[in-house]
Design a protein around this ligand. Sequence first.
Ligand code: NAD
Length: 358
Amino acid sequence: MNYKIAVIAGDGIGPEVVEETVNILNCVGDKFNHKFEYEYLLAGGCAIDEKGIPLPEETLEACKKADAVLLGAVGGPKWDNPDAKIRPEQALLGLRGGLGLFCNLRPALLYAPLKEASPLKDSIIGDGIDICVVRELTGGIYFGERGREEINGVKGAYDTERYNENEVRRIGKIAFETAMKRNKKLTSIDKANILESSRLWRKVIDELAKEYPEVEVNHMYVDNAAMQLVRNPKQFDVIVTSNMFGDILSDEASMITGSIGMLPSASLGEGKKGMYEPIHGSAPDIAGQGIANPLATILSAAMMLRYSFDLEEEAKAIEKAVVSVLEEGYRTADIMSEGNKLVGTKEIGKLVLEKILS
Ligand code: NAD
């Protein structure tokens, strides 16, 4: 099969980690007889420099035509002026909105060989942590009405959390489907003791639960969830939650796995098209030094194979190769610990590639 991939390398370490990932995809293509075609596109800071805007029209159009989008990272100090009207991160919102990507899947997996990277105690981690956070991405307070106001001479500001049943149902469905492919346990997180929008969220999740009798569902308030994630993370399998709660909890979930350089993500919509990117940023402090960890982007490509192309065996081949390389003690600087072998971006990419071929 032929698959068209729109590639946005972006800024900072983006191009470095994307290069290794494309090598891996080519290797998977050769081994399993697929052809991946790439179209390299500008977005983020580099697009501001060349075109004056973070998301040029032709980039969005090409992404719409592609089967999937692979993104490195965007942003950096050069474009970081908080007063600037044009910012690299606007490219991400434009891509999510323009491609209708309303769901963000973030697996937070603590690999056994990286146990020491987690800030949690051994007794809490046990044999590992494996959580998948399903975050609503295009609704809620980040997209609701907002503004400034002045009441009785006092200046104020407001943001609005708003969800409708359809928005909750479509993200809920993805969460239940994800749970069905995993350990069939779903925790829906809200603030239904206070927020009306959370009460609607809970009602829709309960309705959906009837369609998935095999999935064990529980509801949890967000403040409790923030605690439970560090107290007993092993109780979670799949978490589904709103845009803002998901933003915060998915960062917390990724922190307990130890390294930001290891965590992939997928943004999905109604169809098969998705955007795949590491959760880390452009790491300007280490850009150009050849020491960035490309594994989060490589694992994002594995998610692309699984979710956009239905190539489960190929996705597993990448994930298995990554685990083998870690088990053999190879580490980039961000995950390095005593007794292991320090390697750079290209070397670890090559090691994963060799494992896939072996
Ligand atoms: P960051 O994720 O870029 O870096 C945080 C720390 O983690 C840094 O010390 C960095 O060196 C390290 N790090 C990150 N990824 C790594 C990797 N693959 N290998 C080794 N070390 C890694 O976050 P930040 O410093 O807050 O942001 C830097 C820039 O990236 C900002 O302009 C920010 O807006 C942008 N950003 C972009 C995205 C995105 O494109 N999706 C996400 C977050 C931040």
